[in-house]
Each structure stands twice: as C-alpha cells, then as structure tokens.
Design a binder for this molecule. Sequence first.
Ligand code: ADP
Length: 271
Amino acid sequence: MRLRGNKRQKTDEQPELYGTSGLAVELRGVRRQYGRGKGAVHALGGVDLALPRGTFTAVMGPSGSGKSTFLQCAAGLDRPSAGSVRLGGTEITGMRENQLTELRRSRLGFVFQAFNLLPSLTVEENVLLPMRLAGQRRDRRRAAQVLARVGLADKAGRRPGELSGGQQQRVAIARALITGPDVIFADEPTGALDSTTAAEVLGLLRHAVDTLGATVVMVTHDPTAATWADRVLFLADGVFAGGLDRGTPERIAERMAALTSPTGAMARAAA
Ligand code: ADP
C-alpha cells in the first residue's frame, strides 16, 4: 500500500452522495471480459445483484467461476467491460481513478485473507490508516471504540507482528469499521485461520451487521464460514446460479458439489 500525504484530493464533480434506494450494492448487467476475439475469457457474463443495507452475503463458487472478478468489480478495484455498479446509492461506473480511490478509502472497508496490516505501524495507527489516507482528522477516540468492539482495547500500542493471526484479522476488521463504510468487502477472511479463531472473526462481522447495520459481502470457499451470512449466492461460469438463505454447512456443501460436478456443469451448459 502506498502512503500519501494528507492532501485531500478534491474532486471537481461531487458524486451523488447518498441514494434513497436502501441498497448498499447494486450491479446491473455487469460483464468483465479479459482479452479479445477468440481467446477472450468472459469472467463475468452479465451479473445482476441488489444487496440491501444491513445484510451479510456470502459468495461461493468453484475455482475460476468469477468470485475474485466479481469482488474486484463490485468494490471499484476493477472496471467492468459493461454494465453498472452502484455503492451506497452512488454510481461508480464512470468515476475517474482519483474519485474511485477516495470512495474506497472513505466509504468502503476491506478485509483480506492475508490481513494486509502495515507491520511498522502500531495497531492504533493501522486502524486509523483509512482516515489518514482520506485526509481526515485522526480520531483516536473512535479508534479506541472500534478496537474495543473487536476485543483489542489493550493492544492499541502493539505492532501487528506481536499479535496472533486471529488478533491481526480483528485489527483488520476494526480498520474496516473505522469510517462507518457503506460496504465491507471480505475476501476469504478466514482462509488463514483455524476454525475456532475463524468463528470469532466471523462472529465479529455478524455482530457489525446486527448491531451497527454494516453491510458485508464475503467471498469464501468454506461452507461453515458461509453459514454466518444471511444469504449465500453461488457463482458458476461468471453468473449467479441461485442462492440459499440461512443454509446449513451440509446444504451449502451439497450446492457447491452440484456446481462443481461434471453433470452440474453439463446442466448449466445446456440451460
Ligand atoms: P475465482 O475467483 O472464482 O477463482 P476469477 O474471478 O479469478 O475466479 O477468474 C474467472 C475467470 O477469469 C477464470 O477463467 C480466470 O482464468 C479468468 N481470469 C481472471 N483474471 C484474469 C486475467 N487478468 N487475465 C485473463 N483471464 C483472467
């Protein structure tokens, strides 16, 4: 991550700030193609999605089904080849790079498998980083509040390397919560954690949704992790192939197996 000064990048056009739709994430006809002509790969083949605020959604799918591409396009990290993406009511499709960067810093939260904390900064400084990058006043009281929320009130002065993996991921969640974002995007957030620690981290994301009204979109390959979500959406060959509300790990695993099996693939190809 590149650190920048505190100069707030001023945008000449102020994007529409808050929509009235109550939707945190809205994708319409989103396509993402890599390459051209015969060798083109259609990673997303026309995705429509509307996620209300205050919901926790898990996205699952076989390897190569388009999960990363979906997350990148939905979070404004990659540009779709066609279609539109709205976040918190703001149309991001035509935004310039500096506008997108500012939106990601101030209105989105990110939690990654590899934690992505800066090792030379303290826990508190890591949590305050989005505010610093967005050129906002560093609110140490707010940092203390979010650290308390994730059970790390006493670790503010430590460096990430002094913490366990689970604790580091909790710092990442505190960092994602600090700006009160429209959406938190989580990419395999428990991929590097044991199952007990994973449950603690997922419990924190669940808690953020239930008590703070946060909206979480999480890509995972783990059916148990997905049960913490309100809804599991399944991606297959770049399109959403149905969902499951409050499924058990067994039912989620069954759906995944059906998507991965040769007969499942054949049925999709014939559809
Ligand atoms: P998943 O995260 O579900 O494994 P991806 O979104 O990474 O799926 O990939 C979807 C499809 O797009 C795959 O066929 C993959 O090979 C292809 N793909 C992803 N990124 C690129 C890229 N930069 N260039 C070419 N093809 C890509």
